[in-house]
Write a protein that binds this ligand. Structure first.
Ligand code: ATP
Ligand code: MG
Length: 156
């Protein structure tokens, strides 16, 4: 079925805007006029995007900036969620998609959550023929890219 990715992202940003404001964070969604339609389960895709956005808010300090973008890149639509938060140590990067894995157990426990969010996100992305990439630098920030397969349709 045709679902609007831009619409899902917009709704998720609106939902977490209030949490970001509470931490004096600035969350910006770079809206474009393009509306990308993809095939998939809207509820599950929303779950992925919400988890990544909620992580960005949760693992960033006060006054951080969170930037969200949707763009077309080759055969994919890429949703980028970038934060200026605490970052993830390189040695942990390959494990954050494991079930129950959390960086810095004590700190994470204090923040709540189960450590399942990214494992579920990865699974959902793969079910949709997509994938997730992450770049991070400790003390600088983290950037997640969600790749959704996309077939451009000619306007009729
Ligand atoms: P849950 O999503 O189940 O509520 P969680 O947020 O701890 O719990 P994941 O979403 O799977 O679990 O994330 C795994 C771990 O990766 C987190 O505990 C955190 O240590 C790290 N992490 C995820 N996103 C970020 C981020 N944007 N910046 C820094 N660390 C992050
Ligand atoms: Mg999470």
């Amino acid at each position: 079925q045709d679902i609007s990715l831009s619409h899902i992202v917009e709704g998720s940003v609106d939902k977490y805007q209030i949490h970001a404001k509470k931490k004096n964070q600035i969350m910006v969604y770079e809206r474009t006029s393009d509306d990308y339609k993809i095939t998939g389960d809207a509820g599950r895709i929303e779950q992925v995007i919400k988890n990544i956005i909620s992580n960005a808010v949760k693992y960033s300090y006060e006054e951080a900036t969170i930037q969200i973008e949707v763009m077309e890149r080759g055969r994919f639509i890429v949703v980028t969620i970038q934060d200026t938060g605490m970052g993830i140590p390189e040695e942990d990067l390959s494990r954050i998609f494991d079930r129950f894995y959390r960086v810095d157990k004590a700190r994470s426990r204090a923040m709540g959550g189960t450590g399942l969010g990214l494992a579920i996100a990865k699974e959902i992305m793969e079910c949709h023929g997509g994938h997730i990439k992450v770049n991070s630098e400790i003390g600088v920030g983290t950037c997640f890219h969600l790749y959704f397969p996309y077939e451009k349709r000619e306007a009729q």
